[in-house]
Design a protein around this ligand. Structure first.
Ligand code: UDP
Length: 245
């Protein structure tokens, strides 16, 4: 078990990308379903406000800091995380894992067609990957048991759930005991990126923690939600100064 660091009420794994990949390997060999969530500052803020979300995230088998904001928060609080371990980068490392027989993935989420397009692109890029099933993320609650059955009968080892946060975390939490995969990971908008329908921020922006600025320019309608980013930083400062807990 790796060490956890408490950041605004959530136990974040104190690990590097390399260590996260090692944990993924252990999960793949384990006899249970392992959950991975990758909260960014917006979700950290949402979890601070909402104890149900906090509980779901706290029960993750691996909880990693996706975003420069969470790493900065760890520094401000004097519990420095080694680096950002983003969900999309970890998913790519999973595709590149060298394992006998390859790793079997199921993609759930995105608009109709997105998961299939993502699967096609990933198969071209990572020939060792087996994508054993895909399904879009717009379904009714009554369809969910059949979706779980389909995932189980596909033989998938890794289920990537792209329903947006926190919907995907709640979905995984609800079905983790019914699923027979080894890993369930919430991946937000990653399938849109893998499919080529959306673009990731340029490397220099990702490196310097400016993804939020890129996102704000591309999707200005998100600005209200994005205000949680500065709010989160204020919260962290207030905790550091002993004004809040
Ligand atoms: N999505 C989905 N089903 C839903 C809502 C969203 O499959 O009911 C998908 C959406 O198509 C997108 C991804 O979830 O691919 C992320 O959505 P959004 O940008 O709203 O979430 P965030 O990036 O904030 O996690």
């Amino acid at each position: 078990m790796s060490e956890k660091i408490e950041i605004t009420g959530l136990p974040i794994d104190n690990i590097t990308m390399e260590q996260a990949v090692m944990k993924v390997r252990e999960f793949l060999e384990s006899g249970k379903v392992n959950t991975i969530y990758t909260p960014n500052s917006e979700i950290m803020m949402a979890a601070y406000r909402d104890k149900n979300l906090r509980k779901v995230l706290s029960e993750a088998d691996m909880l990693i800091a996706d975003g420069a904001g969470v790493v900065l928060a760890s520094r401000i609080l004097g519990r420095k995380l080694p680096e950002k371990v983003s969900g999309i980068d970890l998913a790519r490392r999973m595709f590149a894992l060298e394992r006998e027989g390859g790793t079997k993935f199921y993609f759930l989420g995105g608009k109709p067609g997105v998961a299939e397009e993502a699967a096609e692109k990933i198969k071209q890029q990572y020939p060792g990957v087996h994508i054993v099933g895909t399904r879009h993320g717009y379904f009714k609650p009554e369809e969910e048991p059949a979706i779980v059955d389909e995932i189980n009968s596909s033989g998938a080892e890794v289920l990537l759930v792209a329903l947006g946060a926190p919907k995907q975390e709640y979905w995984i939490d609800k079905y983790k005991h019914a699923l027979r995969v080894k890993i369930c990971m919430g991946v937000g908008g990653s399938l849109d990126i893998f499919s080529g329908r959306s673009k990731l921020a340029p490397e220099f922006m990702r490196k310097h923690g400016l993804e939020w600025l890129y996102r704000l320019c591309r999707e200005p309608r998100r600005y209200k939600r994005m205000l949680d980013l500065p709010r989160y930083m204020m919260l962290v400062l207030a905790i550091r100064l002993g004004i809040k807990r």
